[in-house]
Design a protein around this ligand. Structure first.
Ligand SMILES: [Zn+2]
Length: 309
């Protein structure tokens, strides 16, 4: 298997490391402003991506691209869980720039496939926000549908992949791509739910995004537990935990209840204020009706709370 040119590879590895640091610091979904700052290599500033281009490489890269990007258009309020960009082999489908595989941008990705060179995929979660995936590889060039097949791999494999067995490698990438898609859905769900609730807990209005979750009303594994905003609630960690363990229940009309066992307990300020203090109060819900919880979901969930309690 040929190796990517050393020059391109150095830029790539620096980009991967810089991206890792950004994700550790800011979380797995990055606003464009942070991505746009780029990264340093040998005192020189490089960009990860370009706002207007899908396929990008810094001018210092000679053969391949550094990143690909998909964008969610402005004005899209409700999440679309885009399954049209999924290929039959489980890979992501990434459209050619135009229709000509020989076009300048597309040639960079064809070359990345030939060299099995790792890339970054900036996956648009909502307008201006991206979940970076890396390393990703171009596993196929589909001339009929004018698209590249993109598979995800584990970051550790970037250095080891030349010794790996080709069949194992393809299995690993298939598995990692499936996992990456699941995490993408979760990240997108959380992001959309938090936006709908204006980044506050629906119970207590706590506003720090670091401590907020996108909670499912009907669990993910339930076949109706779709990752859509009307099956979600923005909840802080405490209230998410209480809701998930049925210590806190929500009536279909949005009124908060606590499990009898908890109501009977006497304890310090967390129990008295942060839990009992909300009994009988109503959830803060999104202004837009279509983003509010589905009554049917709340009813079913409340039934469960009553049974457990
Ligand atoms: Zn809360």
């Amino acid at each position: 298997m040929p190796t990517p040119s050393d020059n391109d590879q150095a830029i790539r590895l620096a980009a991967f490391n810089a991206l890792q640091a950004l994700v550790e610091r800011h979380g797995e979904v990055l606003p464009w402003e942070i991505i746009a700052d780029g990264f340093q290599l040998h005192g020189e500033q490089h960009l990860f991506a370009n706002r207007t281009r899908g396929i990008f490489w810094p001018r210092q890269m000679q053969e391949t691209a550094l990143s690909i990007k998909t964008t969610v258009p402005r004005g899209t309020r409700v999440a679309r869980y885009d399954d049209d960009n999924i290929a039959s082999d489980g890979a992501f489908l990434y459209k050619f720039q135009g229709t000509d595989v020989e076009a300048r941008d597309n040639r960079r990705l064809v070359r990345a496939q030939q060299l099995d060179a790792p890339l970054i995929y900036l996956y648009g979660i909502e307008p201006g926000f991206y979940r970076p995936l890396w390393p990703v590889y171009i596993s196929d060039v589909d001339l009929a549908s004018h698209s590249f097949h993109v598979t995800v791999s584990e970051p550790e494999t970037v250095k080891q992949r030349f010794v790996a067995d080709a069949k194992l490698l393809s299995l690993e990438r298939r598995y990692t791509t499936v996992q990456a898609k699941k995490r993408l859905h979760q990240a997108a769900f959380r992001q959309h739910v938090l936006n709908a609730y204006e980044r506050r807990c629906a119970v207590c209005a706590f506003p720090r995004i670091e401590l907020l979750d996108g909670a499912h009303i009907l669990p993910d594994r339930d076949e109706r537990g779709h990752a859509e905003v009307p099956n979600g609630l923005a909840l802080c960690r405490l209230h998410h935990g209480a809701f998930d363990t049925n210590l806190m229940g929500i009536r279909p009309d949005g009124v908060i209840e606590l499990a009898p066992s908890l109501l009977a307990t006497q304890d310090g300020p967390t129990l008295e204020h942060a839990l009992k203090g909300f009994v009988g109060k109503t959830l803060h819900l999104p202004r837009a009706k279509e983003l509010r919880p589905k009554k049917l979901y709340l009813e079913e969930r409340y039934e469960r709370f009553r049974k457990v309690g």
